[in-house]
Design a protein around this ligand. Sequence first.
Ligand code: AGP
Length: 600
Amino acid sequence: MCGIVGYIGQKDTKDILLSGLEKLEYRGYDSAGIAVRNAGGVHVSKVKGRIAALREAVNEDVHATMGIGHTRWATHGAPSRENAHPHQSSTERFTIVHNGVIENYMDIRNQYLQDVALQSETDTEIIVQLIEVFYNELNDVAAAFRKAVELLTGSYAIALIDSEDSETIFVAKNKSPLLVGLGDGFNMVASDSMAALHVTDQFLELMDKETVILRRGEVKIIDPDGQQVTREPFKAEIDATDIEKGTYPHFMLKEIDEQPFVIRKIIQEYQNENDEIKLDPQIREAMKTCDRIYIIAAGTSYHAGLLGKQFIEKLANIPVEVHVASEFSYNMPHLSEKPLFVYISQSGETADSRSVLVQTKKLGHPALTITNVPGSTLSREADYTMHLHAGPEIAVASTKAYTAQMAVLAILAVDTARAKGIELDFDPMQELGIVANAMEALTDQKEELEELARDYLSVTRNCFFIGRGIDYYVGLEGSLKLKEISYIQAEGFAGGELKHGTIALIEEGTPVIALATQENVNYSIRGNVQEVEARGANSMIISMKGLDKEGDAFVIPHVHDLLTPLVSVVPFQLISYYAALHRDCDVDKPRNLAKSVTVE
Ligand code: AGP
């Protein structure tokens, strides 16, 4: 959560920082600020609200060639101007932005800052005040910065400027993502390469506990032992147009439409010239030789994991457990003798999943991360990575990453089955090709789905998604999509479970959306629909061609049984999108959320 950016160079920095922050808004967007330094001192502008509001608040007449910026998702202290970053030390000599959580901030406050009058409720202000206290002691900014950073426990990506120094941005990183962007006559620091792509595509990775002295013509990386480190830059593979909306009104709609292309890209990336599955042989071996797979994930990725379990158990015959990352950390089940941990994460930065990864690595268990961001923390720290190839996903509500996760999991399951000598009557690449075509057909039916959203969801305060078997798992994802962007209270239920309590919530007109794509439960799920209709529900059935019946509200094209979730989720995504739109909600940036959840 939170995004930071810093620039030191020749150009006026305001716009570089603001454009960078706009690209980081997915990390949090409840308040924002920048601080720029020129001969007249440090100028801070901050607001409660979005970068658009910050743009209006920034003084156009202030020009500077160095500065730092921040977009916030509140952890310590409410979203307000006072708690917005940048924060300054009491004399205003030092100014800081920070992403992360300082776990020992109260201890630091009690031990070192008894006499300091704090201006905010944040853990961040503690850092900048501590630097000033140490500076008064040591009379050396770099030493004071290092000494303060060494005391911090928790996660941080920090950029600090000194009103007395026109040449340096002081940087530190632990657990929170941070990259250095390299340029001709300038350098940058940013939580994500997207924030600097408008000026450079050359980056340096930073490791945990490293500090950096960032100057116009110099990047000095210092490791935790105080030794200078040299590192090769890498080129960001993201195309700048991938992170623009183009003609779309929202990123979410663009990303829904991109799904067929993503599936085709996955087919291409995971297939060799002999039409065999292309996979790191070490992953194949790890899958083949483990005795149980533990999938760890959160939110939408957890929902993809539930379907991954179906693919792997049904095709490769390996037992799989799927766990919510935030629960697993303190509620670890009895593990099998030879487990393999599979972390599913679009961002690769989810703190809950990372905390499990740290624990299971300590126990010596191998880990595979399936992610959309190969250089991310979960990818770097796992033994193996499978890339989703979905392209940047900007909308907070995950769509194309979810379907990509399922496609990659299906390929992994088939590869494992083949490696184990299991004969399958299932060609994943051919079936995924059919899925891509079906997705395309659905994204062409937006008007129909918009109408369904209007008819069923315009005025309701709640909604239920029901299904059986894998349709139930897709219902969980449908309900998450709807609630997170439209604020309608939506819940997903196993069709047969409703009558064990939840049916009490069905009133006259309550929307119930049922999914019927599985032949073996087609009859029973329709029975569940009858039950809720008898109690006044306003129900709709979304079925699959071949299993459809008269009166079904929407019929998806026929695809292989196992892969129906990749297709049946598309109407749910679009219905959720239009429901949110009709309710005037901020589709891409729903309230209280952030795209990348980097706090536990
Ligand atoms: C869903 O739309 C959300 N963006 C959220 O549930 C997300 O899937 C979850 O926070 C996990 O994120 P990750 O995939 O980046 O680990």
